[in-house]
Write a protein that binds this ligand. Structure first.
Ligand code: ADP
Ligand code: MG
Ligand code: ZN
Length: 475
């Protein structure tokens, strides 16, 4: 029997506002416990929340970037539950009238574009954090995070595999970072994901019973947790059992999901409209203002890069993963006048260096200007591709330009046929047997001679010229 997985994601994105969603406290991370709090966010009686306009700006931009309908009228609601990290006893969220509805995000699946539908995007406040470690006989609560603005992005159950889910997450992250509303850091929790997973026999129309997976803090873990869960559910059905609806926790150490609570223990949130906040009306002007601030988005940029710079789709996709990387590439491509070379160097050497350092494109010590300078030297034939590797190492780790490194180390390519010819003569004189064998038909020895000449010239001889001259002289 073949099974088809059905997956829908609920993603929480922390908004990059300076202050919290309903009070003026700072959203700064890593401050002393409870230092960034006030009577509003610690839930004192008698206080009133006031909506942070920037949080609204950010969710509107997100809605526009993800093709949603931005509601002209939306409202907040109280989601009631009891937990020590929730001082009011309810979370201010949105229920039947969220800011954004509908919409979609496109991902590339097996080489073709697939649309993942969005159900809604709404605003809500984050809860605090319970601290247990290193505390004897008690737990402490840090409310610095309480009231930090979150956006919840709910997808339709359109996703059909674990890798598709990871691709969708990557795309969401890219868009959120392009429009600069969320830093997208999954390890630090600014981007969190709950995955609803079910399986059904291939061809069946109705969805199977789903489990909701929590606690995945990287793209890799999202993918692994879903892969595990799909296998687990198929095994249950194959054994003649039934999947139960429940919430399960991903245990990254063991690589398995564990039951956290069943349907019976599910919360009844008793949602009702938040009486302390006025409904939000988004005027056409507000929407237009937000639209005017929208940057070029990843899909549009990818398509333009492929068209304008004539680079392969794959290159364009990698180079537009972040806005900083795309800007970096575009500068290097323009300044060097060699877009494909620029793409090769960035996708290969630059990204490798960044990855090794765990750094982002904006932190790259080698500016696109200096990289372009080196590419120009290759393009003009001043240095060979091989020498360029040495030059790259040097300019990446210093503030020198490629011109300076080449002049300092005497790395200019030898393109003088006379000079190369002399070296070839020396090499041939030193290896008479090889010359004889070559002339007797063992032409595979050409590589040996090329190697010798390159060695003698410190890799500076123009490889094309070396090949041509060798062939002539050995003939
Ligand atoms: P809840 O509020 O209980 O989390 P929702 O109906 O809002 O439930 O759905 C949450 C998520 O679960 C959505 O992303 C949706 O696409 C997904 N989903 C719903 N039904 C299924 C199913 N049978 N299998 C997989 N995902 C599902
Ligand atoms: Mg849910
Ligand atoms: Zn506060």
């Amino acid at each position: 029997m073949q099974y088809e997985p059905v997956i829908g994601l609920e993603v929480h994105a922390q908004l990059k506002t300076k202050s919290k969603i309903f009070c003026g406290c700072s959203t700064l991370f890593g401050q002393g416990p409870n230092s960034e709090t006030c009577p509003v966010c610690i839930g004192m009686p008698g206080v009133l929340p006031v909506l942070n306009k920037t949080a609204m700006d950010f969710i509107i931009k997100t809605g526009l970037a993800m093709n949603c309908t931005v509601a002209p009228y939306s409202r907040f609601a109280r989601k009631n539950y009891f937990y020590p990290d929730l001082p009011k006893g309810y979370q201010i969220s949105q229920y039947e009238l969220p800011v954004c509805q509908g919409g979609y995000v496109e991902v590339v699946v097996d080489g073709s574009v697939k649309r993942i539908g969005l159900t809604r995007i709404h605003l809500e406040e984050d809860a605090g954090k319970n601290l247990h470690e290193g505390i004897e006989g008690a737990s402490h609560v840090d409310l610095n995070r309480t009231g930090v603005p979150l956006m919840e992005i709910v997808s339709e159950p359109d996703i059909r595999s674990a890798s598709e889910a990871a691709e969708y997450m990557r795309k969401l992250r890219a868009i959120l970072r392009y429009i600069d509303v969320c830093d997208g850091n999954m390890e630090e929790g600014s981007l969190r994901c709950d995955a609803n997973v079910s399986v059904r026999p291939a061809g069946q129309k109705e969805f199977g019973t789903r489990a909701e997976l929590k606690n995945m803090n990287s793209f890799k873990n999202v993918q692994k947790a879903i892969e595990y869960e799909i296998k687990r559910q198929i095994a249950i059905i194959e054994d003649g059992g039934r999947v139960v609806q429940e919430t399960r926790l991903w245990d990254a150490n063991q690589g398995i999901t564990l039951s956290m609570r069943g349907k019976e223990e599910a919360h009844d949130y008793r949602y009702f409209p938040e009486p302390d906040l006025v409904p939000v009306e988004v005027s056409k002007e507000w929407l237009d203002d937000m639209r005017a601030t929208m940057p070029e988005l990843p899909d549009a940029k990818r398509e333009r890069f492929a068209r304008e710079y004539g680079i392969p789709d794959y290159d364009a996709m990698v180079l537009t993963e972040s806005r900083a990387l795309a800007d970096y590439y575009e500068k290097a491509a323009k300044l060097s006048g060699a877009p494909k070379q620029a793409s090769n160097w960035i996708m290969g050497d630059v990204l490798r260096e960044l990855k090794n350092a765990g750094a982002e494109a904006e932190e790259c010590p080698l500016e696109p200007e200096r990289l372009a300078g080196m590419i120009k030297l290759i393009e003009s034939g001043t240095i060979s591709g091989k020498i360029a590797k040495t030059v790259f190492e040097e300019i990446y780790r210093s503030k020198k330009t490629a011109d300076e490194v080449v002049a300092e180390k005497g790395l200019v390519q030898i393109t003088d046929a006379g000079e190369i010819g002399k070296v070839i003569d020396e090499v041939m004189a030193a290896n008479p047997q090889n010359v004889e064998q070559y002339r007797a038909g063992k032409t595979a020895l050409l590589g040996f001679f090329v190697g010798q000449v390159m060695k003698k010239t410190g890799g500076k001889a123009n490889p094309g010229l070396v090949n041509d001259l060798l062939r002539k002289k050995l003939a």
